[in-house]
Design a protein around this ligand. Structure first.
Ligand code: G3I
Length: 374
């Protein structure tokens, strides 16, 4: 559900559709997504991988559209600490060097996750049961980037996803050894390493409108309330924003109410990994692209109507670097994933226009302009 003011504004825009919309679409295509977002006090960006920067055309597009990057995989612990105590920041440093050279920010993702850990870690944690195996790593990474990376997904995906039965804490070795307190350990270590960094809990499952998502939103609020009650320095929620063009849809009323709960708690809202899966859609490309854009717009209209929202990142900017489909059926049909704003030829798609128009229609956040610093 979007605010009445915004609804009236939107209806006026569509009422003048022939003149207003084409004019606004033209204008939006001419202005970068980062500029359209910044005009409303919002930071727009994208995930990127260091190998993508070797593609000169893509490396030119990225800073034109994005004001902030997030490492797609270079800050995962399997890359950073492949052997105990042996740290390799080269991948992150490549992305940070590119970002700094282009006047972009880089946010950190993730510090603690159940996945993408080096092969040696789980056994050592289960054997030694030493919290420093978590806190020393967080401290080392955050101190290494202190003052250069100002926002982190401190813990990623600590809850069982909506399709995972009754929900609750996601089973993993961190939970088995330290209990839910592993989140407290991670956030306190990150805050002590850089008191100025924005510390986020990041997950997927709060977006769609099914009963399982209702339960997931309740569990997410319980998780956040527990952290806040124990004075754990969590400052916001990362909504990953993995949407479905032809699957479970977002419920604007439920999403708006949930965002209101976050705002009431003084928490920031970041969209951290926006993309729109179109896997089970029709073969017709135009229909798929339109459905991707429409679901993204329905989501963004609600998210951007919430004053606590300060950042929107897509999980990539172009379909060019998406993995091929997993299923043999899709491989055999030559199906290609079209979940992002630019196609493989780096041409803008309807999703790019939807992002632009969502930022154009968003309420401004003058008081959150300082958010663009993190
Ligand atoms: O490590 C190699 C590297 O040496 C090589 O140069 C590079 C290019 O070929 O590939 C690297 O391998 C893979 C990397 O993606 C890049 O493709 C890793 O083996 C693989 O594990 C890694 O997967 C990433 C995954 O997280 C695990 O880290 C995906 O790219 C990334 O999209 C995915 O992102 C997650 C978020 O972090 C959390 N939310 C869900 C999201 C999607 O799964």
């Amino acid at each position: 559900m979007i605010s009445r003011r915004r609804a009236l504004g939107l209806s006026a825009a569509f009422a003048a559709f022939p003149a207003r919309a084409s004019e606004s679409v033209l204008r939006a295509n001419d202005i970068s997504l980062r500029a359209l977002a910044a005009a409303k006090g919002i930071l727009f960006g994208s995930a990127a991988a260091s190998y993508e920067l070797r593609d000169t055309d893509f490396a030119a597009l990225l800073p034109r559209e994005a004001a902030v990057l997030v490492p797609e995989y270079e800050m995962k612990r399997d890359v950073i600490e492949p052997k105990p105590g042996s740290y390799d920041f080269s991948g992150c440093d490549t992305l940070l060097g590119f970002a700094a050279g282009q006047g972009l920010k880089l946010r950190g993702h993730p510090l603690v996750w159940h996945w993408a850990n080096p092969a040696w870690l789980e056994d050592v944690v289960r054997t030694r049961r030493d919290p420093r195996l978590l806190t020393d790593y967080v401290t080392r990474v955050v101190r290494n980037y202190r003052g250069r990376i100002r926002s982190y997904d401190v813990v990623n995906e600590a809850l069982i996803p909506p399709d995972g039965g009754a929900g609750g804490w996601r089973p993993c070795f961190w939970l088995d050894v330290f209990g839910p307190n592993y989140l407290d350990l991670a956030f306190h270590a990150a805050h002590e390493a850089d008191p100025d960094a924005l510390l986020i809990y990041n997950d997927f499952g709060c977006e769609q409108g099914t009963p399982a998502n209702d339960r997931f939103r309740r569990h997410t609020l319980e998780l956040l309330d527990g952290l806040l009650k124990r004075s754990v320095p969590v400052q916001g929620l990362g909504l990953q924003g993995h949407l479905a063009a032809f699957g479970a849809k977002i419920d604007q009323r439920k999403l708006a109410a949930f965002l209101g709960e976050l705002e009431a708690r003084g928490l920031a809202v970041l969209v951290t990994e926006l993309d729109v899966d179109d896997e089970v859609g029709p073969r017709d490309i135009a229909s798929r692209d339109r459905a991707v854009a429409d679901e993204a717009r329905r989501f963004l209209d609600v998210v951007l109507d919430c004053r606590a929202t300060r950042t929107v990142l897509t999980w990539g900017l172009s379909d060019r670097y998406l993995d091929p489909p997993q299923s043999l059926r899709l491989k055999l049909t030559g199906w290609q994933d079209r979940r992002l704003a630019y196609d493989r030829a780096l041409s803008p798609k309807p999703l790019r226009a939807a992002l632009a128009q969502a930022f154009q229609g968003a309420r401004s956040r003058p008081e959150a302009n300082k958010a663009s610093s993190r």
